[in-house]
Design a protein around this ligand. Structure first.
Ligand code: ADP
Ligand code: MG
Length: 665
């Protein structure tokens, strides 16, 4: 035993900022304690014993004065350096045990060594050995609530010894115990002292203090006496309490190994321990966790679903466009798509079509006239759209004839009363008829002969269940609607001309003919452009909604984490007292919020895929396209939310003052 002081306090003052002016509780305490001493600090209630003890144990900092542990001045130390001292030098024993209620005796004993980075199996076996030495071998898996006060205090002694417990600080360790358990705890403490542990004991009971060789009396925050005397020895216990005498430690196997604690493996171990802790907290608050997750689940679901819908719709449009071919330009009356006057602009004439046909950039021109009509066949009536076209039209839209024939380019201009119908029309107008070719169909008031039926192939930009009839444009113009203007001209670009060049020439040519630009053109290029524009606006809108819903979910997470930190303040205090770093506390709460968010995110993804399946099963026409990217982004986003919104509560937890946290109930 060396004579150099293990602990050295000089002029320690501590005041609390209560009321108008700070109240000083310790008035300049100077004290040295050597290795291997058993010191009792005695004094009436409120004299400042606990305050002094907390300063000695580096749980609290003095307002002024110096305090050295093993020659190291603690005044400039960071919270983490102080935590390291608590972890490696001190073992706390509190009047109210301060065990973690959701951990069993063994796990409670282990806690300090989690933070000093010992391997799990070593930790386990040592904790168990300690409990056994203290007579709790058969109680290792009991929760604190299943143990008596004396047993709980013995668990807390085991915890104090876990990391070595060179200096054991016991603040009224027997205060909450019956006499017999109190004697037993004191017996353990004196025997630990005999084995070389330095023990500092706070009590207000002189009979307990009498067992220490050195007794320091405090009154009103000042030392009034510091005396040594022959300690009283406990009479040998006859019966069962003998088993709880701790024997000398077998070997120094569990001495401190600095360096180990900073290794990557130790860090990973602490991380997984924090994860286990977080999971335990989530499980013990199941309903709350679920409700918190709900916000994230709904947010992520909204995002994934809407993105799938947008992608599905745009996939649809794009496949429609590409089925239209890339070498055609549509010319329509009016100034732009959706121009309200376009119905009244009647300047697109058959003569324009004939003139265009002579242009070098034009391969062929197909006119389109269109009208809504009532179809009649026998007593069957149906609304339909009739298109007046030329045979070129079928080529442009990739329509194929299934039965019968198309009308020829020549027929198209000679207003014959013939038509080609689509499969839907065949089915609806001629039910049960295997081939309607050759049958008569009343289109509006004009009887026409069906000469062909198209194959069952989807056509771009057409509702699938409507009925379509295709007649020569001349027939439509002269017999059906008596009009001399066209609704659209479809120009096929001659090979060797690019779409932009053809568009420019076409515009110039028609403008010259009409004297002004009373038409607009659309190619698959321009359609694609406007769709991309619409999609990006849409995407922006979705993103805004997504961000809002996720922020709302995140705020829910933050809210619950703040509640959780408040609820577990005492737990945080206990963990800090046994040496948890600020980062350990922070990690524990961050993991909790991130886990909640990731699980919520995954649940959201799964639920949206399931919902998607159900929608597709019942409403096949709703386009949905889930992409792996959007799912990955959703999960990443939700973990980011966990990080961002968990940060503030976790930081609050990490910055708690250990003493205040411990005092919280
Ligand atoms: P003891 O442990 O000897 O009973 P304490 O050290 O707990 O006494 O308290 C000493 C004095 O300091 C008491 O008057 C108490 O009211 C005061 N005190 C302790 N902690 C605080 C605090 N956090 N804020 C204000 N006053 C405190
Ligand atoms: Mg006290």
């Amino acid at each position: 035993m060396s004579d150099a002081p293990l602990l050295e306090l000089k002029e320690i003052r501590r005041s609390y900022a209560t009321g108008a002016e700070p109240a000083e509780v310790l008035h300049g305490i100077s004290l040295t304690i050597k290795k291997g001493e058993l010191v009792a600090i005695i004094g009436p209630s409120g004299s400042g014993k606990s305050t002094l003890m907390n300063i000695i144990g580096c749980l609290d900092k003095p307002t002024s004065g110096s305090y050295k542990v093993s020659g190291r001045d603690t005044s400039g130390m960071s919270p983490d350096e102080l935590a390291a001292l608590r972890r490696d030098f001190f073992g706390f024993i509190f009047q109210r045990y301060h065990l973690l209620s959701h951990l069993n005796a063994l796990e409670n004993t282990e806690v300090p060594s989690v933070y000093s980075g010992f391997k799990k199996d070593k930790r386990r076996s040592r904790a168990f050995a300690l409990l056994k030495r203290l007579g709790l071998g058969d109680k290792a898996l009991h929760a604190p609530s299943q143990l008596s006060g004396g047993q709980q205090q013995r668990v807390s002694i085991a915890r104090a010894l876990m990391n070595g417990g060179q200096i054991i600080l016991a603040d009224e360790p027997t205060g909450a115990l019956d006499t017999k358990s109190g004697v037993e705890v004191m017996r353990i403490l004196t025997s630990l002292n005999a084995q070389g542990h330095t023990v500092i004991l706070v009590t207000h009971d002189p009979r307990i203090a009498a067992h220490a060789r050195r007794v320091i009396t405090i009154q009103d925050g000042a030392i009034v006496s510091d005396e040594e005397h022959e300690p009283e020895v406990y009479p040998d216990s006859e019966d069962e309490s003998a088993h709880s005498q701790p024997e000398a430690e077998e070997g120094a196997e569990f001495t401190l190994r600095p360096g180990w604690a900073t290794s990557l493996r130790a860090y990973a171990d602490r991380f997984s321990e924090a994860g286990a802790m977080a999971l335990r907290a989530m499980v013990s608050n199941r309903l709350r966790t679920l409700l918190t997750m709900l916000g994230i689940i709904i947010g992520i679901m909204a995002v994934v679903m809407v993105v799938a819908l947008a992608r599905g719709a745009s996939d649809n449009i794009i496949s429609n466009i590409s089925s239209m071919g890339t070498n055609t330009i549509s010319v329509m009356p009016g100034e732009r798509m959706g121009d309200v006057r376009s119905g009244r602009v009647r300047t697109l004439k058959v003569s324009d079509m004939k003139a265009l046909q002579g242009q070098p950039f034009v391969d062929s021109v197909s006119p389109v006239v269109q009208k809504s009509v009532l179809l009649r066949s026998g007593n069957i009536e149906n609304n339909a759209t009739v298109y007046g076209v030329s045979s070129e039209y079928f080529r442009v839209y990739g329509m194929e004839i299934g039965k019968g024939r198309m009308f020829s380019e020549k027929e198209a201009g000679e207003n014959p009363q013939i038509c080609v119908i689509d499969v839907n029309t065949a089915r609806n107008m001629f039910p049960g008829v295997s081939s309607p070719v050759g049958r008569k169909l009343l289109v509006g008031d004009v009887p026409m002969m069906v000469i062909g039926v198209l194959t069952d192939k989807e056509v771009a930009f057409r509702p699938q269940d409507a009925l379509y009839v295709y007649a020569p444009y001349s027939t439509l113009m002269h017999k059906l609607s008596n009009q001399d203007y066209l609704s659209t001209l479809i120009v096929r670009i001659a090979s060797g001309f690019s779409t932009p060049v053809a568009e420019a020439s076409l515009t110039g040519f028609l403008k010259a003919r009409h004297g002004r630009k009373d038409f607009f053109i659309q190619s698959s290029d321009t359609i694609m452009k406007s769709i991309n524009q619409a999609t990006s606006t849409f995407t922006l809108l979705i993103s805004a909604i997504a961000v809002i819903s996720l922020v709302v979910g995140g705020i829910g997470v933050m809210n619950i984490m703040l509640v959780s930190v408040t609820e577990r303040t005492r737990e945080i205090g206990i963990r800090m007292a046994v040496g948890a770093r600020q980062s350990d506390i922070m990690t524990q709460f961050l993991i909790e919020s991130v886990t909640v968010c990731i699980i919520g995110g995954l649940a959201g993804v799964i639920l949206s895929v399931v919902t998607g399946r159900i929608i597709t099963a019942f409403m096949p026409s709703v386009p949905l396209s889930f992409s792996a990217a959007s799912i990955i982004v959703a999960v990443l986003t939700s973990s980011a939310i966990g990080m961002i919104f968990g940060f503030m509560p976790a930081r609050n937890a990490a910055r708690l003052d250990p003493i205040e946290a411990l005092a919280r109930e």
